[in-house]
Design a protein around this ligand. Structure first.
Ligand SMILES: NC(=O)NCCC[C@H](N)C(=O)O
Length: 408
């Protein structure tokens, strides 16, 4: 019987994926909150939705089952006590553990029918939407720079990051920045309460209560035995050690390749600078390699008798060949290696491909130099529109959370 989660590679035919159509959360993005909400500009929602619908239709046309995050969470909250717990938790995590604001938000959200409540939680609750029964010193002295009690979750359409399917389990991530912390709550409820996932023995490799942070854009399943993880702005080395240990003890994964990437917003996750597109082919943003073409990486293995051994490497090609047992590797440089084209196209997620089958990817149309090069390397490329979606700094891989891929 098909397990609810089954991802043993980055490239096996994509069977089932979770997406989130951009919604009114994007219309609650305002200039003074942009940096905090991890955006560089305000997307035009109508066009962003059209582009996203085209992405979803493209995946459908290629034979992928598309599940929507909003539906999954609403279907997980059918029991009144679960819905109430969810509302309590999301209010707590929005900064209101108790008090008049907490009570007003609770009353408001409980009054909404489940789907509307979910949409509201995602799009944010403005201060003027709820009436406080009393006002204490906390309310009088609080920071009112932002017009929301509950901030909009503008990054939700990047379903890749809050959780990642690895093997037949999942990592439910502790996100780095406040703007995204609440996002992984959805997957926690879905795994625990959705009929498709609940009580199926799904292993949780990392949970959101863990102090160390990790994000799905850094987690790449290179094979049934090898996981690559970025040491990045968003993922701590200590989180990598913990998840590696858990995988070594409880799954068939035998190696974790930790790759250190620059810590900045354009390259916030490993998948913004490196993705797998075929058994032996990868995209890579040339700027992550130093002048000698090197990058620091460490391979973690289980040690006999317990613990983990760590080997340091600097040659990405040689390291990939070694961990994957391949004789050749084709690293395809974003922007064809031209310094300016590479920087521009990486900024617009030219490196961030979503493999739908071995050697077959979905990419943004605007990265025409990288797309042409991929085709010259024999890759089948399906382009999607990207004018507005790209303003959030994420591409097709960031916008998708595969939960079932066919084995290679
Ligand atoms: N996997 C990814 O690279 N996701 C893109 C996330 C973009 C989002 N604005 C963020 O900064 O978290």
């Amino acid at each position: 019987m098909q397990k609810p989660i089954h991802v043993l590679s980055e490239i096996g035919k994509l069977h089932t994926v979770i997406l989130k159509r951009p919604g009114t959360e994007l219309e609650n993005l305002i200039p003074q909150m942009m940096k905090f909400l991890l955006f560089d500009d305000i997307p035009y929602l109508k066009i962003a939705q059209q582009e996203h619908d085209y992405f979803s239709e493209t995946l459908n046309r290629l034979g992928t089952e598309v599940l929507n995050l909003d539906d999954l969470i609403a279907e997980s909250l059918t029991q009144q006590n679960v819905k109430k717990d969810f509302i309590e938790q999301v209010i707590d995590e929005s900064g209101f553990l108790h008090g008049p604001v907490h009570d007003a938000l609770e009353q408001y959200l409980l009054s909404l029918e489940t789907q509307k409540m979910v949409a509201k939680v995602m799009s944010g609750v403005r201060r003027n939407e709820v009436e406080l029964k009393e006002v204490g010193l906390k309310e009088l002295t609080e920071d009112t720079r932002f017009p929301f009690y509950m901030n909009p979750m503008t990054n939700l359409y990047f379903t890749r990051d809050p959780a990642a399917a690895i093997g037949e389990g999942i990592s439910i991530n502790n996100m780095t920045f406040a703007a995204r912390k609440r996002e992984s709550l959805f997957m926690e409820y879905i795994i625990a309460h959705h009929p498709r996932f609940a009580n199926q023995g799904i292993r949780v490799w990392h949970n959101r209560a863990q102090a160390t942070s990790i994000e799905g854009g850094d987690e790449l399943v290179l094979s049934a035995q090898v996981l690559a993880i970025g040491v990045s702005q968003r993922t701590d080395a200590s989180a990598i050690e913990k998840i590696a240990q858990n995988l070594f003890e409880n799954s068939n994964f035998k190696s974790v390749l930790a790759i250190r990437i620059p810590h900045n917003h354009a390259m916030m996750h490993l998948d913004t600078v490196f993705t797998m597109i075929n058994r032996d082919q990868f995209t890579v943003h040339p700027a992550i390699l130093n002048k000698k073409g090197q990058i620091d990486s460490w391979v973690l293995h289980p040690k006999k008798g317990g613990g983990t051994s760590i080997e340091h490497h600097t040659n990405l090609k040689a390291t990939l060949k070694k961990v994957l047992g391949l004789s050749e590797i084709d690293l395809i440089p974003t922007g064809g290696g031209d310094e300016i084209a590479a920087a521009r196209e990486q900024w617009n997620d030219g490196t961030n491909t979503l493999a739908v089958a071995p050697g077959e990817v979905v990419t943004y149309d605007r990265n025409y130099i990288s797309n042409k090069l991929l085709r010259e390397h024999g890759i089948l490329v399906h382009e999607i529109h990207s004018s507005e979606l790209s303003r959030g700094r994420g591409g097709p891989r960031c916008m998708s959370m595969p939960i079932i891929r066919e084995d290679l």
